[in-house]
Design a protein around this ligand. Structure first.
Ligand code: FES
Length: 172
């Protein structure tokens, strides 16, 4: 007869504990697999905007989608001209430029150095910051000269029925 250990009980007495432990392991394994499946679905949904929206798990990430806002009529912004506007809120100054190609570009008009407002310099064909002579490329928003090292924040543009709209932001 095997020696018994009072702390552990007899082999027969251990059986219910062993079964209980096995059940817990099964539950834990099932729980773990379930959690892993849920996590995988959440990650896929977050990485896939359409699936994320269907499941209500994600918004547009990084590129916030603050909505569509009219800026100006196309005929009011001839080639080589610019207009200022606010987007997405009245506290977010922005600038729209019509390039020589006829295309529009829009940017947050806070300089990426110390946030002075940039303005359109049509003569030199660049966006200029008056504070420390920062220059930005109107085609890309990238810094060309001066202390700024980061591009201006970009604003997506859409044109419909002769009206130019701001439709979102992006990192240039
Ligand atoms: S704030 Fe624009 S260059 Fe310094």
């Amino acid at each position: 007869m095997p020696a018994t250990d009072d702390r552990m009980g007899t082999p027969a007495a251990k059986l219910p504990d062993l079964i209980h432990q096995l059940d817990e392991k099964e539950v834990n394994r099932r729980g773990f697999v379930g959690m892993l499946t849920g996590l995988t679905v959440a990650l896929l949904a977050a990485a896939t905007p359409v699936a994320g929206k269907l499941l209500g798990l994600s918004e547009d990430r990084g590129e916030a989608s603050p909505g569509r806002a009219p800026i100006a009529r196309v005929e009011d912004v001839p080639v080589g001209k610019a207009v200022t506007f606010s987007y997405p809120t009245p506290d977010d100054p922005a600038i729209l430029v019509r390039l020589e190609s006829g295309e529009f570009r829009a940017y947050d008009n806070r300089c990426t150095h110390l946030e002075c407002p940039v303005y359109w310099d049509a003569r030199d064909n660049l966006l200029r910051c008056p504070c420390h002579e920062g220059h930005f490329d109107p085609t890309s928003g990238k810094p060309l000269a001066g202390p700024p090292r980061r591009p201006l924040g970009g604003i997506r543009i859409s044109v419909a029925d002769g009206v130019i709209y701001a439709v979102g932001r992006y990192e240039a």
